[in-house]
Write a protein that binds this ligand. Structure first.
Ligand code: PDD
Length: 286
């Protein structure tokens, strides 16, 4: 890590290495908080309005007033973190917990002052040849809670599931609840069947991914066939193509699911969307 990395925590800008938090922070004790992860390309914020809208919604759903974001002028803080750090392509991570409470108690007190952390992180998306080759995924029961539309920092189930995938040399775990696809442990999931791109419709069972929304916009721009609908386990395994979407890797083709080969390499539509995404970023950000 470069020593020149600065983070924002509760009004102060300080070095990432030395910045610390109280052990009484409810984010630490209970995972009582929400977060956002926003890609930055060439120092510009990707789909900023959508990310902030989702953050407001996450805050509202855990009873923290989103007015906090206006008082703070969050955009100004993000831009300052982008400016003072020597990053190129990276993401901004925003973490808002309910704050410090003097006694550990499941019941939160109304006068908690939220803890706000904003930091950047360099990352390297998959190379084009990795994308063309595609990735492996496993199927897993979605045993998470029923408020997966909140971008909560309580990620234990996602962490356990993602590690199970990782331990079987897979990029992702695709989750099934009551026999229907919800999302991945850290991504949204799309399938392609007979030329139609399909993804589960938004509900309390999945995160309203901003990349998912961006891809839906691209799909509509390019007049591709698209449906938001139920996808059963059989339909998933029978798909012509599968791909995952997330802020860090917008389109990741899945070519192997458990023991089933979906395709020998990334499918045509997945590659089209990957290419359109790269074009969009180049045109708008580079
Ligand atoms: N995760 N679903 C889950 C459970 C996720 O954790 C993510 C992203 C997504 C995709 O959302 P978006 O397109 O807005 O990134 C869907 C981020 C990258 C993370 O937690 O690191």
């Amino acid at each position: 890590m470069s020593t020149s990395e600065f983070v924002y925590l509760n009004g102060e800008y300080s070095s990432k290495e030395t910045t610390s938090l109280s052990i009484l922070d409810r984010g630490f004790l209970f995972g009582d908080g929400v977060y956002e992860l926003i890609p930055i390309y060439n120092k510009k914020i990707f789909y900023v309005e959508d990310h902030l809208k989702r953050l407001r919604s996450s805050l509202e759903q855990i009873n923290i007033s989103p007015l906090l974001l206006d008082t703070l002028n969050l955009i100004k803080i993000i831009n300052k973190i982008i400016k003072i750090n020597d990053y190129n392509d990276h993401y901004i991570y925003i973490h808002i917990s309910r704050g410090v409470q003097q006694k550990r108690n499941h019941v939160y007190s109304d006068d908690c002052k939220p803890t706000v952390l904003v930091m950047g992180e360099n990352y390297k998306p998959f190379s084009r040849s990795d994308i063309v080759k595609g990735k492996k995924a496993i199927c897993e029961e979605d045993y998470r809670w029923l408020k997966s539309n909140i971008k909560s920092t309580s990620l234990l189930a996602n962490v356990l599931i993602k590690n199970k995938a990782n331990n079987s040399n897979s990029y992702e775990a695709l989750l099934l609840r009551d026999g229907l696809l919800t999302e991945g442990s850290a991504s949204n999931v799309f399938i392609v069947k007979g030329g139609v791109i399909k993804t589960p419709k938004l509900s309390n069972k999945l995160l309203p991914g901003i990349t998912r929304k961006f891809l839906a916009d691209l799909i509509s721009l390019h007049n591709l066939d698209y449906a938001e609908c139920d996808i059963s386990k059989d339909e998933l395994f029978d798909a012509d193509e599968i791909f995952c979407s997330s802020s860090t890797n917008p389109v990741v083709p899945i070519t192997q699911l458990d023991d089933k080969t979906i395709s020998d390499s990334a499918g045509v539509i997945s590659m089209d969307l990957y290419n359109h995404t790269q074009d969009y970023i180049r045109k708008n950000f580079k």
